[in-house]
Design a protein around this ligand. Structure first.
Ligand code: APR
Ligand code: ZN
Length: 235
């Protein structure tokens, strides 16, 4: 863990704002010209000059204390995501539990991808105990339907998606712990924000092939997690 305090992390991504605009902070809904509406533990005092900051890349402005409170509510990994436009500052990581990701090529074609073989990804996550980064620390979580098998065309674009999924796995962004929207079960391992195809030769669940937009959608979902083509080159 890095030695930076939440205030230091947030400050790193901010530019100074001399006179706040006559707008509301969209985190607390209070005017940017006044104090942050967020009060509570972990929110220290802040000088007038530093009460509002502008995120350096996207330009969106918030109360400094609101950003610190938002950061403290997350998994405190040194990254910050603009709540308005989702621009990511730093490297976003998730709270996926420990497990294994494997893949291999199988000599069959997917519906809609007649000219190539298929990549099968196998995710395996055992049940366990929730850590401080999970909704109910100390409580057990279940893990249903593992190993989960997923499919990609073994095309150039499919292999690119695979490389990015490997980065997403390392950053703990493929799964999360929470309430399954399919089963309603809480404290269980669930898919995070990146869609996977879990059906091979049919499409009964809507998570199968053919789906011409699938690879583009996944690339977009990975981008929303801060994972882009450059990540596939460097890692
Ligand atoms: N295959 C792939 N993705 C799915 C599936 C599925 N069978 N079911 C749901 N999803 C997607 C949803 O579209 C949503 O975006 O996962 C996201 C989270 O949905 P949840 O139901 O909360 O996720 P989870 O409980 O993990 O998955 C439900 O997926 O792989 C299967 O075995 C798993 O039956 C379980 C189902
Ligand atoms: Zn605010």
């Amino acid at each position: 863990r890095k030695g930076k305090t939440p205030e230091e992390v947030v400050k790193k991504y901010l530019q100074k704002v001399k006179s706040p605009p006559e707008e509301d902070c969209t985190i607390c809904m209070e005017p940017l010209g006044g104090p942050s509406g967020y009060k509570g533990p972990g929110v220290g005092p802040v000088s007038k000059a530093e009460s509002v900051g502008r995120l350096a890349q996207c330009g969106h402005q918030y109360h400094f204390q609101c950003l610190v409170a938002m950061y403290n509510n997350g998994n405190k990994d040194g990254s910050l995501q603009c709540p308005t436009c989702k621009t990511i500052y730093g490297v976003k990581t998730g709270n996926q539990p420990a497990g294994k990701m494997e893949y291999h090529v199988i000599p069959h074609s997917l519906p809609g991808h007649p000219d190539c073989k298929t990549i099968r990804i196998i995710y395996n996550i055992p049940p366990g105990i929730q850590g401080p980064e999970h909704p109910n620390p100390g409580k057990p979580f279940t893990a249903r339907g593992f190993p989960r098998h997923c499919y990609l065309p073994d095309s150039e674009r499919g292999r690119k998606v695979l490389r990015l999924l490997l980065v997403a796995w390392d950053r703990r962004l493929i799964f999360s712990v929470g309430t399954s929207s399919t089963t309603g079960e809480s404290d269980t391992v669930i898919w995070n924000e990146v869609h996977h195809k879990t059906e091979f030769g049919s499409n009964l669940t809507g998570h199968g092939f053919p789906d011409p937009g699938h690879l583009d959608n996944v690339l977009e979902e990975l981008r929303a997690q801060g994972i882009t083509e450059e990540d596939a080159l460097v890692e």
